[in-house]
Write a protein that binds this ligand. Sequence first.
Ligand SMILES: NC(=O)c1ccc[n+]([C@@H]2O[C@H](COP(=O)([O-])OP(=O)(O)OC[C@H]3O[C@@H](n4cnc5c(N)ncnc54)[C@H](OP(=O)(O)O)[C@@H]3O)[C@@H](O)[C@H]2O)c1
Length: 310
Amino acid sequence: MIWLIGSNGMLGTEIARELKENSVDFIGTDIDVDITNIDALRSFAKGKVIDWIINCAAYTAVDKAESDEVLADKLNNTAPGNIAKVAKESGAKLIHISTDYVFDGTGNTPRTEEMPVAPLGVYGVTKAKGEKSVISNTDEYYILRTAWLYSWHGKNFVYTMIRAMNTHDAVKVVSDQRGTPTFGPTLANIILKIINQNSTLENKNSHDEIPSKPSVPYGIYHCTDEGETTWFEFTKEIKRQAVELGLVTNKDCTVNPCTTEEYPTPAKRPAYSVLSKAKIQNALNIRLPQWQDSLSEFLKSGLFEKDRIM
Ligand SMILES: NC(=O)c1ccc[n+]([C@@H]2O[C@H](COP(=O)([O-])OP(=O)(O)OC[C@H]3O[C@@H](n4cnc5c(N)ncnc54)[C@H](OP(=O)(O)O)[C@@H]3O)[C@@H](O)[C@H]2O)c1
């Protein structure tokens, strides 16, 4: 059985949907099982045969984290350590989600998994510490670093921009931060593939078996859509596609670039955080979708929540 933690969040909702669609047995928990409380996690796991834990719960408010360090650290650092401990005690493999914000944004070539982390803000610092907490508490882990995530459920940049275009004559977007927008299903599919390729789900009924060598090696993997862009270029592409689909009715709205300096935020963000996906693509023998194609899938789907763009 799979235990999906953070199942009501943006990514968690998407993974739950994909698991259901593929008829994979899972239980989702969210705030009802507090990940900062190891006893709550242990008591939930007690008596259950858990093969996989997927952790999507986190403190994700990047700017708010700057003035809320204690809670951010509890959720992003202590809690993944708790979950890793419980995974080990339960004989479960752990898939934990991390972020491109563990990097400082210097350089101009895609970041590989081996490159040193050097986060700029509290969110990145606590997520980087959380990776270490996972690694030091279990050997059977996959840490998947993703970036610029959006999906149908919940607030996200794409909904926000379309709504802004429909209600304003101009929007200003930063043009000096490069990264890769990532559609939830891209990551959910990777997770499903890791589980399918490594799974002993069907025939596992005891926890004291000797762990077999996984067909996808444990470790850190970078998982985003393919390609790279800036928030400004991303917004222009959102406008182009959304106008075509009739989702942006105010066609005259202009999208203007600005610098990070002109649009200061409490948290510093990496200027360049494109991640190299070679490792995950080789491990799973897959090709990841281009971010523009994923955007199109997002906008065209019946799951697109139109009330969020009015
Ligand atoms: N969003 C992005 O752009 C992005 C980019 C890179 C990496 N990531 C990573 O991707 C993962 C998923 O992100 P997301 O955007 O899907 O996050 P999200 O929408 O904020 O979901 C996080 C979930 O965790 C729950 N949660 C909070 N405190 C909890 C607690 N003490 N115990 C149990 N559950 C708790 C939240 O509940 P409440 O809502 O009730 O608090 C929420 O449902 C995170 O690890 C994040 O760091 C996200």
